[in-house]
Design a protein around this ligand. Structure first.
Ligand code: SAH
Length: 217
């Protein structure tokens, strides 16, 4: 954890990143404010501190990466979150997006399959005094204890849309999930109309780490 200091330099770079996000279509003020409130460099190794506010992904351990800031902002904007909504996140990773979602008023349940990352993210959540329920587990199972969810966010590339997750989505709810078999995925927004009908919208091509089954201790 790199939460030694949040200097003027960090703050300045953060403002510039926020301007970049705005210029690339992120218009939701709550999201932009959350990016200002949650210093991204705290989630990175010291080695990446200088670049923390560039639109890049970085290694966070266990062979995983923190998503590009624009990807985090883009997925979060697609989620159309209203205060108090129950959100299930698959792939806690660094916990950065979990914190952003909590800041904009979501009640978050988040699952990570790597124990090491899960434990690190827990520390970050505590550090920021953020209320979120983090679980070590396989996201393919979702979390029935808190279902159904208003929103489901998948932050890893899924080979297909997992049925278990669709089941845990409220009617009228929506899921944002990158879907694709290979290195690239299509960002999908799935709206659950009723138990049989869904509408699917597509939002471009992305590169996520894969959504894999089973946990890693
Ligand atoms: N939003 C996070 C993204 C991390 S990358 C961030 O910016 O830090 C995606 C994460 O999904 C990785 O940490 C990976 O371990 C996790 N993941 C992959 N398959 C999973 C599964 N089946 N269940 C839970 N987490 C999974």
């Amino acid at each position: 954890m790199n939460h030694l200091k949040d200097t003027f330099k960090h703050k300045g770079k953060r403002k510039m990143l926020i301007e970049e996000l705005k210029s690339k279509g992120i218009s939701n003020k709550n999201i932009l404010d959350a990016f200002d409130e949650i210093p991204r460099h705290y989630f990175l190794d010291l080695a990446f501190e200088e670049q923390a506010y560039t639109n890049m992904a970085f290694q966070i351990g266990s062979g995983q990466t923190i998503s590009h800031p624009l990807t985090v902002a883009f997925q979060t904007q697609l989620l159309e979150i209203e205060k108090g909504m129950k959100v299930l996140e698959i792939g806690t990773g660094s916990g950065f997006q979990t914190c952003i979602l909590a800041k904009i008023g979501a009640k978050i349940v988040s699952i990570e399959r790597h124990r090491e990352l899960h434990l690190k993210a827990k520390k970050m959540i505590e550090f920021f005094n953020i209320q979120a329920k983090l679980f070590f587990g396989d996201g393919y199972a979702g979390n029935t204890a808190y279902a159904p969810y208003d929103r489901i966010l998948v932050t890893c590339g899924a080979p297909e849309v997992p049925n278990t997750l669709i089941k845990q989505l409220k009617i009228g709810g929506l899921m944002i999930i990158p879907v694709g078999e290979g290195e690239e995925q299509k960002m999908l927004k799935i709206i659950k109309k009723n138990n049989e009908e869904y509408s699917i919208l597509e939002y471009g091509t992305f590169k996520f780490v894969p959504m894999l089954e089973r946990t890693v201790k």
